[in-house]
Design a protein around this ligand. Structure first.
Ligand code: CP
Ligand code: NVA
Length: 309
């Protein structure tokens, strides 16, 4: 049994194994319907419990399909409908119950500490389905999408992030260190990542560079990533932050500064950080990106359940 909490704590050999398995399984499913099972049904009889403390469309649906296609099932809990933290039920007791009924636990939460607490108390694997500090299932799947479209290892590509230094970027930074790819980050000077992220970047002598000019950040880019300026956990002056990011909007003229065959990716939901014509234009692969989460999360589940071959 293995947890999937933060990319930085997972060996690169395991991350590669997950991607290789996802590729094989995706190819084998070409002629199957959405709810048809993978032939080997490796998680037959297994239950994934999902819990969301904040909204989700893609993570919820993609985990639902992932466990179903592997032969298992899922139930989704809303945190306000269970006893945890209310009526005196401790996290340890809830964890014991989850471990009694289920085989795996996927949690989207406002608290990184809560995931760690669960990992200490659960007897089943825990998967981070987005926390304030990271979004590892999203970014591992994004590495898959980049390599699928570009038909090259990501280490041979120039990756650019334009936007807020948030949870998704933290995971992209972790991926950059693990998979050894060049990462340019374009963001306003006073919005750099938190110190613990920068310290980690420094310690790993990574190929990460910061730019406060978006045009310089996208020069020679093979891939441009972005995400909402205002994240779910942001407690900021929204008007001011949006204004501070206004020159970092991804539009056609910015895309034209990158390589001709640059691709645009975005985890969704989107805001005003990208123009409609770019988001829906020929460089954008956001729908393929969203669907790939099903394929990669299947292999993440197999990894966590000790069934990855
Ligand atoms: N990208 C992503 O995690 O989307 P949801 O918030 O809809 O799950
Ligand atoms: N950074 C965004 C990602 C949403 C999938 C957020 O945390 O709201």
């Amino acid at each position: 049994m293995k947890n999937f909490i933060n990319l930085k704590d997972i060996p690169i050999s395991d991350l590669r194994k997950i991607l290789t398995d996802a590729k094989k399984r995706k190819i084998k499913r070409k002629k199957l319907n959405t709810l048809d099972l993978d032939k080997d049904k490796p998680l037959k009889g297994k239950l994934l419990i999902q819990m969301f403390e904040k909204p989700s469309s893609r993570t919820r649906l993609s985990f639902y399909l992932a466990i179903k296609q592997l032969g298992g099932g899922t139930i989704t809990l809303k945190s306000n409908e269970i006893h945890l933290g209310k009526g005196g039920e401790s996290l340890a007791d809830t964890a014991k119950i989850l471990s009694t009924y289920g085989d795996g636990f996927m949690l989207r939460t406002d608290s990184d500490e809560k995931i760690l607490e669960f990992s200490k108390n659960l007897k089943i694997p825990v998967i981070n389905g987005l926390s304030p500090s990271s979004h590892p299932t999203q970014v591992l799947s994004d590495v898959f999408t980049v390599e699928e479209i570009k038909r090259k290892p990501i280490s041979k590509l120039n990756i650019t992030w334009i936007g807020d230094c948030n949870n998704v970027l933290n995971s992209l930074i972790a991926a950059s260190i693990k998979f050894s790819f060049k990462l340019n980050i374009g963001c306003p000077k006073n919005y750099k990542p938190k110190k613990f992220v920068l310290d980690w970047v420094k310690k790993n002598k990574s190929k990460i560079n910061f730019f406060d000019d978006p045009k310089k950040a996208v020069k020679n880019a093979d891939v441009i990533f972005s995400d909402k300026v205002i994240s779910l956990n942001d407690k900021v002056n929204v008007k001011k932050k949006k204004k501070d990011f206004s020159k970092f909007r991804i539009n056609k003229s910015l895309i034209n500064q990158a390589k001709k065959d640059v691709i645009f990716l975005h985890c969704l939901p989107r805001g005003n950080e990208v123009s409609e014509d770019v988001f829906l234009g020929k460089h954008s692969h956001v729908w393929q990106q969203a669907l790939n989460r099903v394929h990669v999360q299947k292999s993440i589940l197999l990894y966590c359940f000790g069934k990855l071959r």
